[in-house]
Unconditional design. Structure first.
Length: 300
């Protein structure tokens, strides 16, 4: 479904949910301290990200950093009312202008999780298939289901036939970003594989390498991690703890309640959908979009 057609279908539902007060009620519960809204982005436009910040501020929400979340979990800090935790995956080059500059201007804490190979080489593996998909190669969705060795073998074949412009931040941009007092740098593996498709040695190396490179480049301890594609298991949690990570972020949509936050390596997040209407993303951030669409799909 094309993005514009998708929005035509989704927009009336989002407007209805807002009109019926679902968003307001969800924000009210957050402001009463029932839960924290944990949200992640990838590559939003400046308009999308700034509009989100302005809207959440107008609703009286409080932005917290992962360090503050750690202190809340450890009972060193009271859970603030209306707390929102903002994170960004991958480390796209446009994040510098569209995320970092706005975070600095509005003095809002944001965590960006970087894939280190993309910093070095400039591109993300899936972009080769998105550009060269018509040449008979598997889709990105298909490649997420095969072993990492099979994905890498296919990637090597297509790399020589597709040319991409730089997509990720440069090393200088990463270093500059890490100097902001409002930005926390986190790890997102080295090559951005699906960790559960990797063997033990490869999975551990992906985690270790990303942490070590980011610490070397920024001169700061890297304590937080986000699972690529949201895929993880007991093995990945154990490896992260062994390497000294303090928290890890998943992609399953759920409110961050006191009960859930004690699973430090499985912090849930609601996903912001770039290109969707802002009304839909209001519902997504408030945590009502997924539950509503899930009920609709179940009934149909």
């Amino acid at each position: 479904m094309k993005k514009n057609l998708r929005n035509v279908v989704a927009f009336p539902l989002a407007k209805l949910l807002i009109k019926l007060g679902f968003v307001k009620r969800a924000l009210k519960k957050a402001k009463e301290g029932d839960f924290i809204l944990s949200v992640y982005f990838h590559n939003p436009s400046k308009v999308e990200f700034e509009k989100t910040i302005v809207w959440l501020k107008s609703e009286g929400m409080t932005f917290i950093s992962p360090e503050q979340l750690e202190n809340i979990i450890d009972n060193n800090l009271e859970m603030p009312k209306g707390a929102v935790l903002l994170t960004v995956d991958d480390g796209w080059q446009s994040n510098e202008e569209n995320i970092v500059e706005i975070a600095n201007r509005f003095q809002v804490p944001v965590t960006i999780f970087f894939s280190t190979e993309a910093i070095e080489e400039g591109t993300y593996w899936w972009s080769y298939f998105l550009k060269g998909g018509s040449k008979g190669y598997p889709s990105v969705k298909e490649l997420k289901k095969v072993s990492n060795n099979e994905r890498m073998a296919t990637l090597e074949k297509i790399k020589g036939t597709v040319t991409l412009k730089r997509e990720a931040m440069t090393l200088d941009q990463l270093r500059s970003t890490s100097l902001s007092k409002y930005i926390t740098v986190g790890a997102h593996t080295h090559t951005h594989p699906i960790l559960t498709n990797c063997d033990d040695e490869k999975a551990y190396e992906e985690l270790r390498l990303s942490k070590e490179k980011l610490e070397e480049w920024t001169g700061k301890e890297i304590k937080y991690f986000a699972y690529p594609n949201g895929n993880y298991g007991i093995r990945e949690i154990y490896m992260l703890e062994t390497l000294g990570f303090k928290m890890a972020f998943a992609n399953y949509p759920s409110y961050l309640t006191k009960q859930k936050m004690y699973k430090k390596m499985e912090i849930p997040r609601f996903g912001f959908l770039e290109g969707a209407t802002f009304e839909e993303n209001m519902c997504r951030i408030a945590g009502i979009w997924h539950t509503t669409t899930k009920k609709i799909k179940k009934r149909s």
